[in-house]
Design a protein around this ligand. Structure first.
Ligand code: ARG
Length: 279
């Protein structure tokens, strides 16, 4: 019986296929009409023109030592930028692929060298860097800050004369310290990682740290460190995602994804999860 049942099913399918052809044959227009070009037409989006280091994956390079923007939870990347990158990858229908932590001051050379597709590392958009990479639209606003041991006071750069100031190598905080604190007589000490600069501050090996305000805020929250922000510096920096100079189309695609997640409210949810109320 089962055998005949199967045969019957096959015959039914064959009949359906044939009738579909017959119907198609009858209704096919004699001449082909040009595709509609109105805004309401549903032409599929053009295939992406950007390059990817690994097909189907959005491979990210980040320093992953900059809470609450990007940090490791065990070996898992997390933070504001990480959630944004996951959302962007989803919008682009790509798998997110975070590489292990990279040194911040190597990121630009590595993205251009084809090690990863995108820098997502709280990188400030500035003219010098724009010569080396293509930035996405701004995705976050930030300022600088000076942190010192609790009980310290700071009113002007001269207060740090003869003192050591820790910074992360290759950052805008490093540049600010060199421009404003060094001429006042401070010694600027670069560290590979932000956490190393703060460890040196706790240990008393440097007397101040210049670093992005939202991150320093997060670090000094831990009262056991005994650190405070003595000065906020309104540099008005904007963070962007960075891609290789020859891969500008990837920045364009990520900008579209950023727009989508801003419009949907997802950006705000991520902001409030990691940073706080968004005004
Ligand atoms: N915004 C600063 C800059 O662009 C510091 C960024 C450091 N980022 C990091 N993930 N450690 O230079």
């Amino acid at each position: 019986m089962a055998k005949y049942g199967k045969l019957f099913a096959l015959l039914t399918i064959a009949a359906l296929v044939l009738s579909a052809f017959a119907v198609g044959g009858c209704t096919a227009p004699a001449t082909t009409t040009p595709p509609k070009t109105t805004e309401t037409s549903t032409t599929p989006p053009p295939a992406p023109t950007y390059k990817l280091v690994f097909p189907g994956k959005l491979t990210v390079g980040s320093d992953l030592d900059f809470p609450p923007m990007e940090q490791l939870n065990g070996t898992t990347p997390e933070g504001f930028d990480v959630d944004i990158m996951k959302a962007i990858a989803r919008e682009l229908k790509l798998e997110i692929n975070y590489l292990p932590p990279q040194n911040f001051d190597a990121l630009i050379a590595l993205v251009n060298g084809g090690k990863f597709d995108v820098i997502a590392s709280s990188m400030t958009i500035n003219d010098d860097r724009k010569k080396l990479i293509v930035f996405s639209d701004p995705m976050f606003e930030s300022n600088q800050s000076i942190a010192m041991k609790a009980g310290s006071t700071y009113t002007a750069p001269a207060d740090l004369k003869g003192k050591k100031v820790g910074v992360q190598s290759g950052t805008t905080g490093f540049d600010w310290a060199n421009e404003f604190l060094k001429p006042a007589g401070a010694t600027v000490v670069p560290f590979t990682k932000t956490s190393q600069a703060f460890a040196a501050l706790e240990a008393g090996n440097v007397q101040a740290v210049v670093n992005d305000l939202p991150i320093t805020n997060e670090i000094v929250k831990d009262a056991s460190k005994g650190l405070v922000i003595v000065k906020q510096i309104p540099t008005g920096e904007l963070y962007g995602l960075g891609v290789a100079l020859d891969n500008a189309d990837l920045a364009t695609a990520m900008n579209a994804a950023l727009k989508t997640i801003k419009a949907s409210g997802e950006y705000k949810t991520i902001y409030e999860k990691w940073i706080g109320p968004m005004q």
